[in-house]
Design a protein. Structure first.
Length: 222
């Protein structure tokens, strides 16, 4: 794993603490349903409680944690029903929005930038840098949506993505499924550069459906 340090540098401590916490959520060191104190995590990082608490409050805002009075923070567990509802919302919001970006021919001027992100997504997955993979994956999808100029859409979709993407990545990678998901970004980008809205929506629907199947098995959506 690329990010693993016991002593954080004294710059941007909150952001560094957030990166470490997110990594531990990916690896399972910080597990859903368990309660963690800011002071205990801060002690392992060699920093004061404040930046760690700020990082955990950021995760509360993202819907990934909740405060537990006088005890710390709890990682919110998501049921299969919760995940299915989030998946349905992403289909409703993200798929047609990406189609609009493609149809409006907004991507071609940025092709090199997003091709670099696709290459990064694929290489980071292959290297086992799952936090880096998540960051590049998020930047790819939300960056393309941002071309529509609707910050509310980006905030909503970003939160939906964060609530489901941090857990189970190791298992997906071990099964070879994460590599497949990473490579799907090439086709999505190519369709968007061509300005093909219907193909973009088709590929995005398949991409999200593959993610859902990877997380829940092959049970059809209700």
């Amino acid at each position: 794993m690329a990010i693993r340090t016991d002593q954080l540098e004294r710059t941007s401590l909150r952001d560094q603490a957030l990166a470490v916490i997110r990594q531990r959520m990916v690896t399972g060191e910080i597990a859903p349903g368990e309660i963690y104190s800011a002071s205990a995590i801060a002690a392992t990082l060699g920093v004061s409680n404040s930046p760690v608490r700020e990082a955990m409050l950021s995760l509360v805002e993202q819907g990934l944690m909740e405060p537990v009075r006088n005890r710390g923070f709890r990682v919110i567990p998501l049921s299969d029903t919760d995940r299915e509802h989030i998946h349905q919302l992403r289909l409703m919001l993200e798929v047609p929005a990406m189609g609009q970006v493609a149809t409006a021919k907004l991507v071609k001027p940025h092709k090199a930038e997003y091709q670099k992100l696709v290459d990064s997504i694929i290489s980071l997955e292959a290297e086992g840098d799952y936090v880096g993979f998540l960051e590049s994956d998020r930047e790819f999808h939300l960056g393309l949506l941002a071309l529509l100029g609707n910050p509310y859409l980006n905030t909503i979709v970003g939160n939906l993505r964060d609530q489901t993407r941090l857990f189970g990545l190791i298992e997906l990678a071990e099964q070879g499924l994460l590599a497949e998901s990473a490579k799907e970004h090439r086709g999505i980008l190519n369709a968007m550069v061509k300005g093909d809205g219907p193909l973009t929506e088709k590929l995005m629907t398949e991409h999200l459906e593959h993610v859902r199947q990877h997380q829940f098995g092959n049970t059809p959506a209700p």
